[in-house]
Design a protein around this ligand. Structure first.
Ligand code: PXL
Length: 279
């Protein structure tokens, strides 16, 4: 069997364990040849450090994809994450149009916000640009804040199955992508992913710890991509991503480090290989 190939399209935040500094090691560790289109270079992510540097690579995105196309380079999966601006989303859509075919997977993590708010720097119009990319996706992995912004639905204080399923169905009707809602907590001590594949719903949860770290969404989506490329079903891949992310968070609580430094996924890579039965 030939080795699978993926391309991760994210920024590279030099410090802070998110975006490409997470996607590249995790998907590579899972045995997948992982290429990257860096969309920007930042000194750190934007979640809590002050005065980060920012070098925008929007103008390189489409030419990189066009070069690969001329070289007949193809991918089994395209995985996009944090994108810095509306113009950058449009460039990524152009790159996707060059790299997507009917056999490969496009997984879009529409990173835009959390806890009811968009991240700093994103305008109220930004979610509608991200929706255009989501419409090309096979799978999307929003959290509740991102899902509500994409679907133009108000957020509710009382998160229950009825709301989650309404939100998922609305997003599915807008995108026709499988919806993997992340960070869903229906009971105080549980958190997990609520999935709608267009036919059925399933919820895969784990113990919820009273902590919040940067980059956990990137770990989840990277491991989901890696597991799908290791021929796991969507259900099995979500289970692996939930278990792996929970293991990273547990380890980081034990490490007791600054939450802006991201989570210790490095120490959990042996578990990823175990989950994927890679020897
Ligand atoms: O983890 C998502 C992410 C990636 N890249 C940058 C970010 C964020 C989230 O805030 O700021 C630059």
């Amino acid at each position: 069997m030939s080795q699978k190939k993926a391309v991760a399209i994210h920024d590279i935040s030099g410090f802070g364990r998110c975006s490409l500094t997470v996607a590249l090691p995790l998907i590579s560790a899972a045995g997948v040849q992982t290429s990257v289109i860096p969309t920007a270079v930042l000194s750190t992510h934007t979640g809590g450090f002050k005065g980060n540097t920012f070098c925008d690579l929007t103008n390189d995105i489409e030419p990189i994809a066009a070069h690969w196309k001329r070289e007949n380079i193809s991918f089994d999966a395209i995985y996009t994450g944090y994108l810095c601006s509306e113009a950058q989303v449009l460039s990524v859509i152009s790159a996707v149009e060059l790299l997507k075919n009917k056999n490969n997977l496009l997984l879009v993590d529409p990173v835009m916000g959390d806890n009811g708010k968009l991240y700093s720097g994103f305008s109220a119009k930004y979610p509608q640009f991200m929706l255009r990319l989501c419409k090309r996706a096979d799978i999307i992995t929003p959290n509740i804040t991102e899902a509500a912004a994409l679907a133009c639905l108000p957020l509710t204080d009382k998160l229950d199955r009825e709301y989650i399923e309404l939100l998922s169905k609305k997003l599915y009707s807008l995108t026709k992508a499988k919806i993997v809602l992340t960070g869903v907590s229906l009971q105080e001590k549980h958190i997990g992913a609520y999935v709608f594949d267009g036919e059925e719903f399933f919820y895969i949860s784990t113990e919820k710890l009273p902590v919040s770290y940067h980059g956990t969404g990137d770990i989840f989506a990277s491991v989901l991509t890696a597991s799908l490329l290791n021929d796991r079903s969507l259900k099995a891949a979500v289970q692996i991503a939930v278990n792996f992310t929970a293991g990273c968070i547990k380890q980081t609580v034990a490490d007791n480090v600054d939450p802006r430094y991201g989570v210790n996924f490095e120490g959990q890579i042996p578990n990823l290989l175990k989950f994927l039965e890679i020897k």
